[in-house]
Design a protein around this ligand. Sequence first.
Ligand code: SF4
Ligand code: SF4
Length: 257
Amino acid sequence: MIDDASPDMGFFTDVTLCIGCKACEVACKQWNQLPSDGYALSGNSYDNTGRLSATTWRHVDFVEQFDRINPAESRWVMMSDVCKHCTHAGCMEACPTGAIIRNEYGAVYVQPDICNGCGYCVPACPFGVIALEPDQGVAQKCTLCYDRMKDGIEPACAKACPTDSIQFGPVEQLKERARRRTEELLARNVPARLYGVDEDTSVGDLNAFFLITDRPEVFNLPPKPVLPSTYQPVAYLSGFLATAALAIVAMQAFRSR
Ligand code: SF4
Ligand code: SF4
């Protein structure tokens, strides 16, 4: 039943607490019955799952920076990535069938029985999150554990996180907690900053936001995510101007006959 009074729910992910155990990835796969990514290592990283995909809805990025000249400067930072459940979601805007909706918890949710597998949502996501699952031919991504939330249970990934790097709750409360945590870390000279909160971007605030300790690109996050529809006015204008120019050329050619 839709409860309009429910506050938006989401995640605050703090990279300073992540130990890279991947318990969140495993819990997500177990709960959602998603296939494993196998045991092969890429040879480039200790991360064997690579990236978010149609069958990996949580992914722990390993930021491995080894400084051979000055080994003391080497860093190994981890961040558990997920769908951002954007305030202005590109995937939802692009979906022609209405399969992608915002549910009563403020989460962006794909209804698999309505998705026709056109894939328009895939390039529309500024974060490269949503993907088509080839066997079923439908778009898939994190559901914010909609089924668990309806039973009053927190999402499997947050429940499994042993360090509380992934915190789940009402988004506004999480933002307050995140701002306090950022101030605390800055006072200890940790270069902390929030990503997806209080930023001026066309996707708006993210319901799954992050505390990071470096530039967003270091964590595979776009520095300024852009909603594809913001390009529409320019695209329409250039289409109109091109049509008008062709019409003028055609008229002149007709007159000079
Ligand atoms: S991160 Fe991508 S898939 Fe998730 S809500 Fe935003 S646009 Fe949609
Ligand atoms: S909220 Fe649920 S579906 Fe989303 S990443 Fe966590 S465990 Fe997976």
